[in-house]
Design a protein around this ligand. Structure first.
Ligand SMILES: C[S@@+](CC[C@H](N)C(=O)[O-])C[C@H]1O[C@@H](n2cnc3c(N)ncnc32)[C@H](O)[C@@H]1O
Length: 413
């Protein structure tokens, strides 16, 4: 996915210091300098990163661990576990959400103007917010790749762990100031979500922005059940023109689940009001789902904060680039080219769903499009430099889905 360089470079030493200050204020770090102290990271953070990684990998297996809801309290030192999540997993997830926002912005999405209201405002809600990761991702996205979010807004944070929720409130506010954004507020809801009861109580208001970052995979319902519960809630609690952004891990199981969720949303939406806006540029049957061994995901590169490079070396994790799966759903009957005017001139779109490899003087890659689903294609290197997620606009394609050549195209975006 193409991300503006200011966003990929935003997680620098100043960001690192901000994390350290927030963690210090929450009593999770003994001193600001400790964030880069080898001894502290080795003893107090790295072991917990390893435990969390093991836990998340278990979640990624075919049989998720049902005792997961207690994971913040597991072991003798929940503060260190929270700190490990905050330092090691939160920044990457924040950046993933910000990248999705930047994709919306790059394709021309603009926050709908409300001519009837004098003080335009918005309401966002984040489920399983952890340390307000997804909401903070929207802040980073808007700061570096704006879509015109109104200056007044509130983020409702729903989270089952009280300590993490408090950390999230503090971090969100510090990060918002760091980015010099308007005084967006948060409202914490310490709550354990049970899908039998719905995502929100019926007395809850409707929202313009619905965020889920690495949380759907903690619910063991089938994609069809998840789609039914989401559609039911969106019907009541997602505003017209509202967006739902769901970000999930990139592994085969979770990616296929989100592809199945996409299909289930399309199958079950009787109203025809909900469109899948991204990453798929159409409502075609998914080419990856057709093959049980296949899946589809995105990837973003960034400059990691310095302490995270150290932590990655200690734990053997490599977060130089960040894979993920995602879906953006919009409640709108407007045609896609009106919602994403960056594609207004596109009669056809082919989206890269793999990396592009150099083969002789060509690029070779897989694309997904509305007519044939997935196809293997080649493009002359002189015609541009595609990456995973790039879009070929109005490509003339010769050949079949096994081997085709893009002969001409209007734009590579
Ligand atoms: C993997 S973490 C992701 C946190 C955050 N969204 C992020 O991207 O960094 C999953 C979060 O969802 C919360 N969670 C899981 N199941 C939940 C439930 N049933 N109700 C409320 N929160 C839940 C967990 O406590 C945890 O904070």
């Amino acid at each position: 996915m193409k991300v503006p360089s200011s966003l990929s470079q935003a997680f620098d030493e100043k960001f690192e210091r901000l994390l350290a200050e927030v963690a210090l204020a929450e009593g999770l770090l003994p001193a600001v300098e400790e964030i880069r102290a080898k001894r502290f990271l080795t003893r107090s953070v790295a072991p917990h990163v390893e435990r969390l990684t093991e836990l998340f990998n278990r979640l990624d297996s075919e049989k998720p661990d049902s005792g997961l809801d207690k994971y913040w309290r597991k072991g003798s030192n929940p503060e260190n576990l929270r700190l490990a999540y905050f330092l090691s997993f939160m920044p990457g997830n924040l950046y993933r959400m910000a990248s999705v926002w930047s994709e919306l912005s790059r394709l021309g999405f603009r926050w709908p103007a409300d001519d009837n209201s004098e003080s335009v405002s918005f309401r966002a809600v984040e489920f399983g917010a952890g340390p307000a990761t997804g909401s903070s991702g929207i802040l980073a996205g808007e700061a570096h790749s704006p879509v015109g979010l109104p200056a007044n807004g509130n983020f409702a944070l729903i989270e089952q762990d009280r300590g993490t929720l408090r950390l999230g409130e503090r971090f969100f506010d510090a990060f918002r100031q760091h980015l010099e954004l308007p005084a967006y507020s948060t409202r914490p809801f310490h709550r354990k979500l049970e899908l039998r009861q719905g995502w929100l109580p019926s007395s809850a208001p409707s929202f313009h922005l619905w965020l889920m970052s690495f949380v759907l995979n903690e619910f063991h319902e089938s994609p069809q059940q998840l789609a039914a519960s989401l559609l039911k809630s969106w019907d009541k609690h997602l505003e017209p023109e509202g967006l739902a952004i769901l970000v999930e891990p990139a592994l085969r199981l979770q990616s296929r689940r989100i592809l199945e969720l996409r299909q289930a949303i399309l199958d079950q939406d009787q109203s025809g009001e909900f469109q899948i806006l991204l990453p798929c540029l159409g409502h075609q049957a998914c080419g990856a789902l057709a093959d049980p061994e296949d899946w589809c995901h995105e990837e973003v590169a960034w400059w990691r904060p310095p302490y995270l490079r150290m932590l990655d070396e200690m734990t053997g994790l490599d977060r130089k680039s960040l894979p993920f799966s995602y879906l953006v759903v919009i409640r709108s009957r407007r045609p896609r080219e009106e919602i994403l005017p960056g594609l207004a001139r596109a009669r056809t779109t082919h989206r890269l769903v793999s990396p592009a490899f150099k083969v002789g003087s060509d690029w070779e890659f897989y694309t997904c499009d509305t007519t044939d689903g997935k196809r293997r294609s080649r493009l002359k290197q002189s015609q541009g430099e595609p990456i995973r997620g790039s879009i070929l606009v109005n490509a003339s394609v010769r050949g079949d889905v096994q081997a085709s050549r893009i002969e001409k195209l209007d734009e590579l975006i």
